[in-house]
Design a protein around this ligand. Structure first.
Ligand SMILES: NC(=O)c1ccc[n+]([C@@H]2O[C@H](COP(=O)([O-])OP(=O)(O)OC[C@H]3O[C@@H](n4cnc5c(N)ncnc54)[C@H](O)[C@@H]3O)[C@@H](O)[C@H]2O)c1
Ligand SMILES: O=C(O)C[C@H](O)C(=O)O
Ligand SMILES: [Mg+2]
Length: 550
């Protein structure tokens, strides 16, 4: 068949740069996104896929984000949990090229100058900052933590529509207490143990001051700091700078949202109102306590007293049920410590469940398979529809696998995990899990804070983000018993969450973009959506230019 008629030739226009001749003549007749997907799928190892995708992002960001946006369910688990956990663990070995900013303890005294080297300068809008001290549930990974900041920012870009050049991934390289990294000749971080409190505080204060000076419009998201420091720096900086902690506040908001929808399903079966639910937290770190605080705040908004709300919440750590008479209790565990139990220490989870009779069991413990068959069946014996959320990341640390939870409860479980699980078929019916991960929340909080130019991230902004997420299920999602919306809708969801966040910022008078106050909700939603950046790659037949915005 003569090439003039088939395939329809989209030849390069005359006058193109000589380098265009290196592009095969019929290349533009093909969809390069499909080629990239096929290349990705030809790799059978998660880490290889991760490396491939990050190489693609470096070569052609527009193409990379188009492929990501068109295939979220397939690609997010590679760029984010669970595979990003492997990428962090092995980062010193898989390192290819600079992908973010390292601020080292050795830069102390010169942090401003270092920050000024970031190419986007004051145009930067959102930084995700980790010190690598508690990456997912994998512990202290030191300077290997950068991929978690990169993965979160990929979700800001794909999920909220923030422009890639507005994002700034940062790893604070403060040393590591993990000996094997210090002994590894390829380790990319400073070879020292982590600093003590005084040295770290001085570093963090200089860092935050310098961030504000160099990037005046920036929102800082603290990520995966070890629990003590996560609480400490949130309290220290939250009213001084535009910042929030994803593991405490983002997780609190996403889990509250899922628990509200789960409680509705569970109550439909048991007849128990929300106020009679009892929540058992297995794990009382930054995530467990962050979620407990968010639930408490919601219960009080519903009219319960703080004491009443607190009485619905039980926390467990590695030593068992947390009671106030325990010696040497860490500061963040004190508030929810039980004062109404004075028997011998309860250490076995089944004994604790027997005593508490919870309607919901939330896992934020990093203990793989801690929700055994006995535990899950016990929950099912006291609840028509037990709420079981094993939220620890990555999958290798999840408290129970979805298919086990479905099998052991004959399908009655209401389930959400931190990392993704596939649907499960049980006795001829297909069950879909939820993913209770802060990725549903932080893109919308960030977008709302940036657009409203909020001075701080207030509690109400986080709470409204949670409520907006919980009320965004479609009819189809509700009838499918989902507790979280389908991830494919994340752009629309993030816009709706951003709207709620902006309204809360306005009500709290922390917004500096007063123009948004005059817009109706509908007009504000349109405004937010119009600000969402769209990738526009040109290397395929359907490439079309769209404006890039936020
Ligand atoms: N799904 C999400 O969106 C999300 C968000 C944040 C954190 N997480 C996950 O939550 C986990 C915990 O994070 P963190 O910052 O709170 O960490 P952390 O290390 O501070 O907290 C872990 C808690 O679990 C407790 N624990 C450990 N072993 C236990 C055992 N055998 N029995 C009972 N409790 C035990 C510890 O005492 C501690 O209270 C991590 O895996 C993290 O990835 C998930
Ligand atoms: O990173 C995630 O997947 C969620 C959360 O922030 C975590 O630390 O586990
Ligand atoms: Mg985290």
């Amino acid at each position: 068949m003569p090439s003039s008629t088939y395939p329809p030739q989209k030849s390069l226009a005359p006058g193109l740069a000589p380098s265009s001749a290196r592009i095969p003549p019929y290349f533009l007749n093909t969809d390069h996104r499909q080629r990239c997907l096929a290349q990705l799928r030809s790799k059978h190892d998660g880490l290889e896929k991760y490396i491939y995708l990050n190489g693609l992002k470096e070569r052609d960001p527009n193409l990379f984000y188009e492929v990501l946006l068109g295939n979220m369910l397939e690609i997010i688990p590679i760029l984010y949990t669970p595979t990003v956990g492997d990428a962090c663990s092995r980062y010193s070995h898989i390192w290819r090229r600079p992908e973010g900013l390292y601020v080292s303890i050795e830069n102390k005294g010169a942090i401003r100058q270092l920050l000024r080297t970031w190419p986007a300068g004051p145009a930067s809008r959102i930084a995700v900052v980790t010190d690598g001290s508690r990456i997912l549930g994998l512990g202290d990974l030191g300077a290997n933590g950068l991929p978690i900041s990169i993965g979160k920012l990929d979700l800001y870009i794909a999920g909220a529509g923030i422009k890639p050049s507005s994002t700034l991934p940062i790893c604070l390289d403060l040393g590591t207490n993990t000996e094997k990294f210090l002994d590894d000749p390829l380790y990319i971080g400073v070879r020292r143990k982590r600093p003590g409190v005084e040295e770290m505080d001085a570093f963090m204060k200089e860092f935050m001051e310098a961030m504000k000076e160099v990037f005046p419009s920036l929102l800082v998201q603290f990520e995966d700091f070890s629990t003590d420091n996560a609480f400490r720096y949130l309290e220290m900086f939250r009213y001084q700078y535009r910042c929030f902690n994803d593991d405490i506040q983002g997780t609190g908001a996403v889990v509250l949202s899922g628990v509200l929808n789960a409680a509705r399903l569970s109550s439909a079966a048991s007849g128990k109102p929300l106020s009679e639910h009892k929540i058992l937290f297995f794990g009382a770190g930054s995530a467990g306590v962050g979620v407990a605080k968010q639930l408490l705040s919601f219960f009080t908004l519903q009219g319960m007293s703080v004491e009443e709300a607190k009485s619905r919440i039980y926390t467990v750590d590695s030593k068992g049920l947390i009671t106030s008479d325990r010696k040497g209790l860490q500061e963040h565990k004190k508030f929810f410590a039980r004062t109404d139990y004075d028997g011998p220490p309860l250490t076995k989870l089944t004994d604790i469940i027997d005593y508490v009779k919870p309607t919901a069991l939330l896992g934020l413990s990093t203990m793989r398979n801690a929700f055994t068959e006995e535990v899950v069946k016990l929950m099912a014996s006291i609840n028509a529809r037990p709420i079981i959320f094993p939220l620890s990341n990555p999958v290798s640390l999840c408290e129970v696998d979805y298919h086990d939870a479905i099998n052991w409860t004959n399908g009655s479980v209401i389930f959400a995990s931190g990392s993704p699980y596939p649907a499960v078929e049980f006795e001829g019916k297909v069950y879909e899990p939820g993913q209770g991960n802060n990725m549903y929340i932080f893109p919308g909080i960030g977008m709302g804070a940036i657009l409203s130019r909020a001075r701080h991230i207030t509690d109400a902004m986080v709470e409204q983000a949670s409520i907006a997420l919980s009320s965004s299920l479609t009819e189809e999602e509700e009838t499918s018993d989902l507790v979280y919306p389908r991830l494919a809708r994340i752009r629309d969801l993030s816009a709706r969450i951003a709207l709620a966040v902006i309204r809360a910022a306005q009500a709290d008078n922390v917004d500096e973009n007063s123009l948004l106050r005059n817009l109706s909700d509908l007009a504000l939603l349109d405004y937010i959506k119009a600000k969402q950046w769209q990738p526009c790659s040109t290397h395929h037949a359907n490439g079309s230019a769209k404006g890039s915005r936020l």
